[in-house]
Design a binder for this molecule. Structure first.
Ligand code: ZN
Length: 202
C-alpha cells in the first residue's frame, strides 16, 4: 500500500504505473522500488523512451501503421508492392501478421472497427483513405483481415459493399481464427492458416 510515509514523487509514480494495463498497485509499487534501486543509466533511457514514444511516433500517411519515419518500413519497401493489400483493424493486428511471416504484401490499418453502439461510424475509420489507395495504387487483391467478431464482420461486410465497384479481388480471412477471437492474439500457425484459407467474397 502507498502511504503518507512514501515521498510524494514515489507515490505519484506508483499511481501512474498502476494505470498501465494489467498492473495493480502492488505490481506498481514493486516496479517503483525496482526503478529506485536500478542504475541511473537504465532509468534515464527508460524515461527518454517514454518521451520519444509520444514525440516521434506518428501514423504512416499511407497505411496508418505506427512509424517514426516519413513512411512506415513496409510502405517504404518496394518488395512489398505485390498488389495484395491486407486490411486490419489495428497496428497490433498488423504486427501479429508480420510476425507470422505469412504475408508479403502491404497493409491498411483501419484504426478500429464499425461499432454503431459506441458511436464509431465509417468516418471514424480510415475507409476513405483505403478507397483512395485502390484508385492510386496497383491493388489486385484486398484481403479483409478484420477480427472474426460481430464488429469485425460488420466492418468487412461494409467494405465489401463499398469496394464492389472497384476492379479488385476481395478475400476474407476465414478458417483458423475462432469466432469471437482476435487477430492479434492468434498464434503463428493459426494466422498462417487463416491467410491461406481466405475466401473470395467479391
Ligand atoms: Zn505505411
Amino acid at each position: 500500500m502507498v502511504t503518507k510515509a512514501h515521498p510524494p514523487v514515489l507515490r505519484e509514480l506508483v499511481q501512474r504505473l498502476a494505470k498501465l494495463p494489467g498492473i495493480g498497485e502492488k505490481s506498481a509499487t514493486r516496479m517503483a522500488m525496482f526503478l529506485l534501486k536500478a542504475p541511473e543509466e537504465y532509468v534515464q533511457s527508460l524515461a527518454e523512451n517514454l518521451v520519444r514514444l509520444k514525440r516521434d511516433i506518428h501514423t504512416c500517411p499511407v497505411c496508418f501503421h505506427f512509424t517514426d519515419g516519413a513512411l512506415c518500413s513496409i510502405c517504404a519497401d518496394p518488395s512489398r508492392q505485390t498488389g495484395e493489400l491486407c486490411v486490419v483493424e489495428t497496428s497490433a493486428d498488423l504486427l501479429a501478421i508480420e510476425e507470422s511471416g505469412a504475408f508479403k504484401g502491404r497493409y491498411h490499418v483501419l484504426q478500429g472497427a464499425l461499432a454503431p453502439l459506441d458511436g464509431i461510424g465509417p468516418d471514424d475509420l480510415r475507409i476513405r483513405e483505403l478507397l483512395a489507395r485502390l484508385q492510386r495504387e496497383a491493388v489486385q487483391e484486398v484481403i479483409l483481415a478484420t477480427n472474426p467478431t460481430g464488429e469485425g464482420e460488420a466492418t468487412a461486410n461494409y467494405l465489401i459493399k463499398l469496394m464492389e465497384k472497384y476492379p479488385v479481388r476481395i478475400t476474407r480471412i476465414a478458417s483458423g481464427i475462432p469466432m469471437g477471437g482476435d487477430v492479434k492474439y492468434a498464434d503463428k500457425v493459426t494466422l498462417e492458416r487463416a491467410l491461406q484459407g481466405r475466401r473470395h467474397v467479391h
